[in-house]
Design a protein around this ligand. Structure first.
Ligand code: SAH
Length: 255
């Protein structure tokens, strides 16, 4: 059954118009009045303090009207089903260039990532700021929505605004961001890194945030700064993995 992210309060029996994104998607699929769909509404907009608006899970719904651009639905039964990862895993990744970041956001969402923090570091190929950065983040957020619609995830991961690595590390120390309670892991090729697999099996449900470098790697200074901010170096083995392979491998081991 087609699934749609509907970032609005959902209650059994309610009749509502789908938000533009979901409505467009319903039009593209040429659904008709009477067709059944699934709606879920737990997204990044509701992370802080508004949990009441979203009981999580998903709702059955039926298309009741199809207009030129609007789609009306009636919300049916709530199902308290979640398909989330075993633990909360936050990914802080120095953005790989080209379409690789789109790809990474999609796959990370499928693997159950809780949030993604796109970063810029010394050796970043992709340097985004201002409006371009905002547009990209909005685009990645929509990639995450589509991935959830496809894979059955009922909680859309938040894509945070692009930040320079040094600033993000400082913010971690100062803020009460959710990630602050998570174990901090640095994906690193440096000697003495502990195998991530070992850590993951010994700590099956501990929330984690892991930091992953760009194509050219993190500089020694950046790795030191991460370690000084409480990150432990972990390894994925002897081979040098592409930035996006490394991030996804870590997620697969952790989530
Ligand atoms: N040319 C760079 C390679 C960077 S690979 C260098 O030699 O340093 C990109 C990122 O992926 C790295 O910064 C690291 O975070 C991660 N990574 C790649 N392979 C890894 C491995 N075997 N173990 C842990 N992290 C790895």
């Amino acid at each position: 059954m087609p699934r749609f992210f509907c970032p609005a309060p959902l209650h059994t029996g309610a009749v509502l118009e789908l938000p533009a994104g979901a409505a467009r998607h319903v039009q593209v699929l040429r659904l008709q009045p009477g067709d059944s769909i699934t709606l879920f509404n737990h997204g990044p907009h509701w992370e802080s303090g508004s949990a009441d608006s979203s009981p999580g899970g998903e709702f059955d719904a039926t298309v009741t009207q199809m207009g030129r651009s609007h789609v009306q639905v009636q919300v049916g039964a709530h199902r308290a089903v979640e398909r989330e990862a075993l633990r909360e895993v936050h990914l802080a990744v120095v953005m790989p260039a080209n379409e690789r970041m789109d790809w990474l956001v999609e796959k990370a969402t499928e693997l159950g990532v809780a949030s993604i923090q796109p970063l810029i570091s010394e050796r970043s190929v992709l340097r985004l700021a201002g409006e371009r950065a905002e547009k990209k983040v909005a685009h990645w957020q929509s990639v995450a929505v589509s991935a959830c619609e496809q894979c059955g995830g009922n909680r859309v991961p938040r894509i945070y605004p692009v930040a320079p690595l040094a600033q993000w590390l400082r913010g971690l120390a100062a803020s009460n961001a959710q990630e602050i309670d998570a174990v901090r892991l640095l994906l690193s090729l440096r000697e003495g890194s502990h195998p991530l697999r070992g850590w993951a099996t010994a700590n099956v449900t501990a929330p984690a945030v892991f930091l992953s470098g760009p194509e050219g790697g993190l500089s020694a200074t950046e790795e030191e700064a991460a370690v000084a901010s409480g990150f432990s170096a972990v390894s994925l083995g002897a081979r040098v993995l592409r930035a996006e392979t490394a991030a996804l491998t870590a997620l697969a081991l952790l989530a």
